[in-house]
Design a protein around this ligand. Structure first.
Ligand SMILES: Nc1ncnc2c1ncn2[C@@H]1O[C@H](COP(=O)(O)OP(=O)(O)O)[C@@H](O)[C@H]1O
Ligand SMILES: [Mg+2]
Length: 237
């Protein structure tokens, strides 16, 4: 990881993946001018998919949700550079990749200090040919084996002691090779206690149920049992 520093700006980046100057890569207008925006997705804000030289990236500005978010939208209290959300997410992604969990490669993270606050952005590698679970389950059922695989991937993340504070089915992707990916590690951290793990799993179940009543997705108790069987360790004879 390389660091670029200029005044109130810090960018941390992987120079093997970032093929443009670090001070420009978070400017959506820059990508638009070069006609290198290849798509977009929406979550809290817009995620822009951009064409780098060798890979595609997903560029996201950090925004708050909820009522508080309406007041201070995208400003966070600054404490230290390495405590910024973008830097932390960059590090968590590297940690998870080293642990063999399918998460996007981090490409660049930015923090810009504004008085006592900062704003932040992140570019990760776009997971190629993937769709999120909500979209998939609106159209079709998933094969049994896929639920087991989702459970296994979450288990790997938990074995790496990463608490995903927003584990929902918008943040789980499946690609065209049937690989499961977990995304969106804002505010997530490495936590050596255990008590948050079942909370993550319960949140995921609530997310399935919510989308079932909202969007009528394919989902059943049987699907959930399969997912849990992938999550729980195999009993050795
Ligand atoms: N690396 C990525 N590869 C593919 N799609 C992505 C990637 N990162 C984000 N997305 C898409 O953008 C959406 C929003 O990004 P996400 O990181 O979940 O932020 P938030 O939910 O806070 O807006 C995701 O639901 C997903 O559809
Ligand atoms: Mg999300």
């Amino acid at each position: 990881m390389k660091t670029f520093e200029k005044g109130k700006l810090r960018v941390w980046y992987d120079e093997a993946l970032l093929s443009v100057p670090p001070e420009q890569c978070f400017d959506v207008g820059f990508w638009q001018q070069q006609e290198r925006i290849v798509g977009q997705a929406s979550g809290r804000g817009t995620t822009w998919f951009i064409q780098l030289d060798n890979v595609q990236g997903a560029l996201r500005h950090y925004r708050r949700g909820g009522l508080f978010g309406k007041l201070v939208r995208d400003h966070y209290l600054f404490c230290q550079w390495d405590k910024t959300r973008s830097y932390q997410e960059f590090q968590i992604l590297n940690h998870l990749r080293q642990a063999g969990v399918n998460v996007p490669r981090p490409i660049a993270a930015r923090a810009v200090k504004k008085h006592v606050c900062y704003q932040a952005d992140l570019i990760t590698e776009k997971v190629p040919n993937a769709r999120d679970l909500v979209t998939i389950l609106q159209e079709n059922t998933l094969r049994d084996e896929m639920y087991v695989k989702i459970g296994r991937e979450i288990r790997k993340m938990h074995d790496a002691q990463v608490n995903h504070t927003d584990l929902n089915i918008h943040n789980i992707l499946i690609d065209d090779r049937e690989r499961v990916w977990i995304i969106d590690f804002d505010k997530c951290g490495v936590d050596f206690s255990q008590d948050w793990k079942s909370g993550n799993i319960q949140r995921l179940l609530r997310s399935f149920k919510k989308e079932q009543s909202k969007h009528n997705i394919f989902f059943s108790e049987h699907s959930w049992q399969l997912l849990v069987s992938g999550y729980l360790p195999q009993v050795k004879e």
